[in-house]
Ligand binder design. Structure first.
Ligand SMILES: [Zn+2]
Ligand SMILES: [Zn+2]
Ligand SMILES: [Zn+2]
Length: 311
């Protein structure tokens, strides 16, 4: 028998982590965006479930990076071969370290797991909520309730997804869509708190943030050419062209389709991702200069059909 024990156990943790994660996203979306607080029942369930999802995501990440033996609590078990460990796994007899122990492992190996210091503090906060709730009760303060929804989003985006992401996916968007199902993903990217969080992130990393044509959120970072909400990448120069907007005077904010432009006399419709105004874009087939056709300020000297100013 040739068993990849690390793959078997980590896949199981990954799968279960996503089950809890999906439930939390549903709970967040079932409460109205306008109300700051979750209903009490949802608060309790979401707090416990996010912690479950997180614990499993941490186990997944550790097994993926360091192997199953690094999460085992029993010295004798760590010395067993893969096949014996697999048999113990099937019989539910693997002895796994306490969460606190695994959390400290993540904390002291931050260069492997890419979690920020703030993330660890947040994990510890929810660890406390969960332990108190499961063992007796937790009296949430008003301040804690005020921040709970946005902290749940923060844990999903900055911690769980980071831990669950693997190089098996070619892009973060493919990963998101594959693990969350289309429906859950759609719910997540239409959540106001999620959009705000993504806007803040995009703004921190990009000097210009525009509207995304796919999810309609203002979360497209123009330095990285990626939408932070739906994770669509805009950096394929064969598909996407950008030109300046003559209406709002923004540079490179008008997007147009380069794929079919040559079949169409090198003219196509453009849309400004900042002011939302549509226009016609001309792109020279020789020098690839592009401009807005309705406002051709350079007149005769500008590239046009059969003439290139740079030729
Ligand atoms: Zn988008
Ligand atoms: Zn514009
Ligand atoms: Zn030209």
């Amino acid at each position: 028998m040739n068993i990849d024990i690390n793959d078997k156990v980590s896949s199981a943790s990954h799968k279960n982590s996503i089950i809890f994660l999906t439930k939390v996203i549903e709970l967040l979306n079932n409460s109205s965006d306008n109300s700051k607080e979750l209903p009490y029942e949802n608060t309790v369930i979401a707090t416990v479930f996010i912690q479950m999802s997180l614990e499993l995501a941490i186990k997944f990440a550790i097994i993926r990076n360091n192997g199953i033996r690094s999460i085992l609590n029993d010295k004798k078990q760590t010395l067993l071969d893969d096949e014996s460990l697999y048999n113990l796994f099937i019989e539910n007899k693997l002895k796994v370290k306490e969460f606190d122990n695994l959390k400290n492992y993540i904390k002291t190996n931050e260069n492997i797991f890419y979690l920020k210091k703030n993330s660890i503090l947040l994990i510890e906060k929810f660890q406390l909520f969960r332990n108190k709730l499961v063992h007796l009760h937790y009296n949430f303060t008003n301040r804690e309730l005020d921040y709970l929804k946005s902290e749940l989003i923060e844990i999903i985006v900055h911690i769980i997804i980071v831990l669950l992401y693997t190089k098996d996916f070619t892009s973060p968007s493919e990963f998101y869509i594959n693990i969350l199902t289309k429906d859950t993903f759609k719910k997540l990217i239409s959540n106001r708190l999620y959009i705000n969080e993504m806007y803040n992130l995009a703004s921190a990393n990009n000097s210009k943030v525009f509207n995304c044509i796919f999810c309609n959120n203002k979360t497209l970072g123009m330095s990285e050419f990626i939408c932070y909400s739906c994770l669509t990448e805009y950096d394929n120069k064969n598909i996407y062209g950008f030109t300046d907007c003559v209406f709002c005077k923004t540079q490179k904010s008008v997007i147009y389709d380069r794929l079919n432009i040559s079949n169409n006399d090198h003219i196509t419709k453009g849309l400004c991702l900042k002011c939302d105004i549509e226009s016609l874009v001309y792109e020279c087939s020789i020098c690839e200069t592009n401009y807005n056709l309705e406002f051709n300020e350079n007149g005769e000297k500008q590239c046009k059909k059969g003439f290139c100013k740079n030729d």
